[in-house]
Structure formats: structure tokens, C-alpha cells
Design a protein around this ligand. Structure first.
Ligand code: DP6
Length: 331
């Protein structure tokens, strides 16, 4: 009999209204609601198999088409401790080996915790369906509940259970019906060599910024405006709101104490390219940045030509990863 292996995948997501700052740090309760678009082409995979010991361990997964994830000791501890929590929720006992990988390069600053924690939560649930006692308890978990469990491991992962749009308010995320069901995505990979401040650390530090006063209200207000702009299919207005929200978040970083930042000259160059496109055509992609130097771009379906043109221009000076069919496409 072969060794039993459970497997699950989960996509990454990009926030258009950002989760930044926690109301309750230990369980990743957000200071404000956030809205994201799910990135189906950027995926993490997790495999779980029983091991002979009573302890859990983590290993990179080696498989064609995937890049093994590299985790620091702290990263491993965090991943394993979320698994411990899931084991108790699904009433699973015994020691397991967890293997994980991404379908994108692990050294490009994209390795967000969102897809890997969502994949871990999904995979532990699959283990629970077979080994959890009693089975009905595990079966009763709905997607919304898995989202809540995943949030406790890493906040942004709770949005990766819904597609294409996810709205996270409070305990967990839920799908939200909006136009623009299929967007093209590109990310300009900017390596800036700066020492990284993790997003978990960023959540703590922004609380010290003078600008954090009013952030919750601003983000909530912007979210309502963005939902209505998207519903009205007002792409330009939506783009401006998304632009404002990532600058709002980066302003918090730059004014924290100690201050830190991710914006690099190359990020600004990419943002300028985007502005040029908008100026020339009166149309263009939405741009946003997370806690890193990379610039994410979202395009409507009818903007494929713009995406190809801008993607080609950007690939002259940085790596570009994009949705299938675009410059920098990933399988
Ligand atoms: C900038 O979800 O990585 O990407 O809950 O501490 O794991 P933890 O933080 P994390 O924060 C993501 C922050 C962000 C914005 C966003 O995705 O909304």
C-alpha cells in the first residue's frame, strides 16, 4: 500500500483596498475591510503525508513546474503552528510532513503568505475529511469558515477562497459579485536589494504613524466608493481609488517609527510608464503595490493590446510575470 498523500492548491490575490494595521494582532483581525482580485495563475501547492514521528515537519516540495518554497526558521514555525491549530480544529492526530511549492519563482518578492496559508488550510481540511473524528464535524465546514480559519494563520489568505472578487470584513472573507469578472494581470518584478520588513512587521509599525489616525475611516470610505465605481463600470474612477489606497498604505510605512519603505526608483519608473499610457490613451491599467517594490497591473479584457504593449516596454528593464496570453505569461 502506498503512503497516503493529501494535496491542495490555492491562488494568490491582490488587494485593491489594502489590509494594513490590525485591530487585534494575535488573530489577524483587520483594522479595516479590504477588497481583492484573485490571481488564478499564481498558485501555491501543499502536500501533507503522515510521518512515523509524533511531530510535524515542513519540507520544500520538489515537482516539475513548481519552485520549492524557501522558508526561514521563523516562517517554518509560523506555518507549522497554523497546521497545529488546523489539526485541533479538524480533530486530526499524529505527526505529518508538509511540503509546499509555488508555481512562480520564490525569489521574486511575490511569495506572499496568502496562497500558501490558504493551500495549507485547504489541505488540512482534506486530511480532516479522511482522518478527522468525527467526519461530520469536518464535513460541516463551509468555505466561509475555512476562510476564517485561514485568516488566523495569515490575514490576506482568507481572501484566496473566493474568486474573482473577495471582500474581507472582520472575521473572514466572502465572494462579492462585481463586473470585470476576468481581468488580465501583470506584475513588474523589481529587486531593490533593500532589507525587507515583513508584512506582519509592517502591520505593527504602521500603528505608530501619525497618519494612521483616520486610516480606518479613509479605507472604509474608499472601499464604498470603489465598490460603486466598479458596479458602475467606471474604470478610470476605480483606477484612481486603487492608486490612492496603495499610496495611502505606503505613506503609512514612510511615516512609521522607525520609518521604512519599499518604493524603489524602479517602482517609480514603472508607475510613470503607467501614467504615460493613461495620458496618451485616456485609458490604462490599474496599478497597485503591496508591501514590496513590485508593481501589479490589472487590465480589462478589452485592453489586451495595451497590456502587450506596456508588458513589452516593461520587460526591457525588469522581469514581468503575467496572466496566460500576455507578455511574461505563466502556465
Ligand atoms: C500589504 O496577510 O501578509 O499585502 O496577517 O500578518 O500574515 P499577516 O499579514 P499579510 O498582510 C498583507 C498585507 C498587504 C495588503 C493586503 O494584502 O491586503
Amino acid at each position: 500500500m502506498g503512503v497516503e498523500v493529501w494535496r491542495a492548491e490555492a491562488p494568490s490575490n491582490i488587494a485593491l483596498i489594502k489590509y494594513m494595521g490590525k485591530a487585534e494582532a494575535r488573530s489577524n483581525q483587520p483594522a479595516n475591510a479590504s477588497l481583492s482580485y484573485t490571481l488564478d495563475h499564481l498558485v501555491s501547492v501543499v502536500e501533507i503525508s503522515p510521518n512515523a514521528s509524533p511531530f510535524d515537519e515542513w519540507r520544500p516540495l520538489r515537482e516539475e513546474g513548481f519552485s520549492p518554497i524557501e522558508l526561514s526558521d521563523k516562517g517554518k514555525e509560523r506555518f507549522l503552528s497554523h497546521f497545529q491549530f488546523l489539526k485541533s480544529e479538524f480533530q486530526i492526530s499524529g505527526g505529518f510532513t508538509i511540503r509546499s511549492a509555488n508555481n512562480f519563482p520564490s525569489d521574486c518578492g511575490l511569495a506572499s503568505s496568502a496562497s500558501s496559508f490558504a493551500a495549507l488550510t485547504r489541505c488540512a481540511y482534506n486530511v480532516g475529511l479522511d482522518l478527522g473524528r468525527p467526519k461530520e464535524v469536518v464535513e460541516a465546514f463551509a468555505l466561509e469558515e475555512l476562510s476564517i480559519l485561514s485568516r488566523k494563520g495569515s490575514g490576506s489568505s482568507c481572501r484566496s477562497f473566493f474568486r474573482p472578487w473577495a471582500l474581507w470584513r472582520g472575521e473572514g472573507a466572502d465572494g462579492v459579485q462585481l463586473p470585470f469578472q476576468r481581468l488580465h494581470h501583470q506584475v513588474a518584478i523589481i529587486e531593490d536589494g533593500k532589507k525587507e520588513v515583513s508584512s506582519s512587521e509592517a502591520h505593527k509599525r504602521v500603528l505608530t504613524s501619525e497618519l494612521f489616525n483616520g486610516r480606518t475611516t479613509r479605507a472604509e470610505h474608499r472601499l464604498q466608493q470603489l465598490l460603486s465605481a466598479l458596479n458602475d463600470q467606471d474604470w478610470k474612477r476605480a483606477t484612481d481609488l486603487v492608486w490612492a489606497d496603495f499610496w495611502d498604505m505606503h505613506a503609512l510605512f514612510e511615516t512609521s517609527s522607525p520609518a521604512f519603505g519599499y518604493m524603489s526608483p524602479k517602482s517609480l519608473q514603472v508607475l510613470n510608464f503607467v501614467r504615460e499610457v493613461w495620458r496618451e490613451l485616456g485609458d490604462g491599467p490599474m496599478a497597485t503595490m503591496d508591501a514590496g517594490a513590485n508593481v501589479h497591473l490589472l487590465y480589462r479584457q478589452d485592453q489586451s493590446q495595451i497590456a502587450k504593449r506596456l508588458g513589452a516596454a516593461l520587460s526591457e528593464f525588469c522581469q514581468v510575470i503575467g496572466s496566460p496570453g500576455l507578455i511574461g505569461e505563466r502556465p
